[in-house]
Design a protein around this ligand. Structure first.
Ligand SMILES: [Zn+2]
Ligand SMILES: [Zn+2]
Length: 392
């Protein structure tokens, strides 16, 4: 049996087609004999882009001309032919990853933007500029503006955030009087709308440190919140002036105070916080209750761990589980006939209406149970949210 001799492989010829501009040649460090230096226009690596940095910079500034920004970060995305060519250089010439043309674009664009008075920021840039070198396109991510503050809600039947109509999901139907929402306004809308206008933003989202019931007022020192202003065109706003403007439009229903510039970290903290609360509850009893008996029941209910199964009234939107929360100080402010006003301090998340009524045995112990008289909350206000800086 004769073996067919294998064909000799063709010797690899130095690539005449390795035509690079000076900048690319220098960066790749490929020996001069293996490439040909050409005009930037003909460079098959950067496709001439490295000679057009100023033009690209002007495009960025043009695209963002309506946006106020001071700090920026540039990122480059490689795909298509530029990416393929770079991989070829890595495989055939051992081009190191840190010599990727991505960094060259990032650096060159950054330098040009700095010449235009902008400041690079790797942590929290006002705008992140994403350059797609293959498509020669830019994408921009505008960092939201975050504002911390506290709100006071002086009226009942306003939800904290927009509450869409459950029937039409916001489109508008007969059920919701073609408003698309369940309540005619919300704390969120009252605070956000003026901000959207002032910051020339797309929208604004309210993140509260917990929320009160729709029919409860939020009084006292107010509830902490962070307002996230999405895609703002303006960033530098006088917060004193903003506070005045919000209050002018939303008062007397809602008032904001203590506005200050904030960040994602505070937003996270606010959302995860479990601040202790102080409530004032107007309680009605099925029959007259003696002050002394009420005092005894209140003493038993104070500083106690309360077991609460998810209240019947929220069972349709929350999982049925048992929570343990503690009551702290409870005070009787008034007791007359079949009426009492109580001030209750409790852990975040304790359901006060159920603490009074017992919720058909789902909350143990409860005021009803301890008194042996049916009781329910007629009116409820939150009068204090205790964060680390504020007490009552
Ligand atoms: Zn080049
Ligand atoms: Zn509807």
């Amino acid at each position: 049996m004769r073996l067919t001799p294998l064909k000799q492989p063709k010797p690899l010829k130095p690539l005449a087609e390795l035509e690079l501009c000076e900048k690319c040649a220098e960066r790749t460090g490929i020996e001069a004999g293996e490439l040909e230096i050409v005009d930037a226009e003909r460079c098959i690596y950067c496709c001439g882009l490295l000679s057009k940095i100023e033009e690209l910079r002007d495009r960025i500034l043009g695209d963002l001309k309506e946006y106020e920004f001071e700090t920026f970060l540039v990122g480059t995305r490689l795909e298509g032919s530029i990416k393929a060519f770079e991989e070829y250089l890595q495989d055939s010439y051992g081009l190191e990853a840190e010599r990727s043309i991505r960094y060259e674009f990032n650096r060159e664009l950054s330098l040009k933007l700095q010449e235009a008075g902008k400041i690079p920021d790797f942590d929290r840039p006002d705008v992140t500029i994403l350059f797609n070198a293959e498509k020669r396109e830019f994408e921009y991510r505008i960092r939201p503006v975050y504002i911390y503050g506290r709100y006071i809600k002086r009226v009942r039947n306003i939800s904290q955030t927009r509450w869409l109509c459950s029937k039409c999901k916001g489109k508008g139907c007969e059920e919701c009087n073609f408003q698309g929402k369940r309540y005619y306004t919300s704390v969120e809308e009252l605070i956000a709308n003026p901000c959207v206008e002032i910051f020339k933003a797309e929208k604004a989202i309210l993140h509260g440190a917990g929320r009160e019931d729709v029919d409860a007022r939020m009084l006292g020192n107010g509830r902490p919140f962070v307002l996230e202003i999405v895609n703002p065109k303006l960033r530098r706003i006088d917060l004193g002036e903003l506070e005045r403007l919000i209050n002018e439009k939303s008062s007397p229903k809602v008032v904001v105070k203590d506005l200050e510039m904030s960040d994602e970290k505070t937003l996270k903290f606010i959302k995860g916080a479990a601040f202790r609360k102080k409530y004032r509850a107007k309680v009605r009893f099925e029959r007259q209750v003696e002050e002394e008996k009420l005092g005894e029941a209140i003493a038993q209910l104070s500083n106690r761990v309360i077991q609460q199964r998810t209240p019947l009234r929220v069972l349709h939107r929350r999982a049925d589980l048992v929570r343990k929360r503690r009551t702290h100080k409870i005070e009787v402010l008034l007791c007359k006939n079949d009426l009492a006003v109580l001030e209750i301090e409790a852990d975040s998340g304790l359901y006060i209406k159920e603490l009074v009524s017992g919720d058909e045995g789902r909350t143990v112990p409860s005021l009803s149970e301890l008194l042996g008289v049916r009781a329910w909350v007629e009116k409820l206000d939150v009068v204090g949210v205790y964060d680390k800086n504020n007490y009552g």
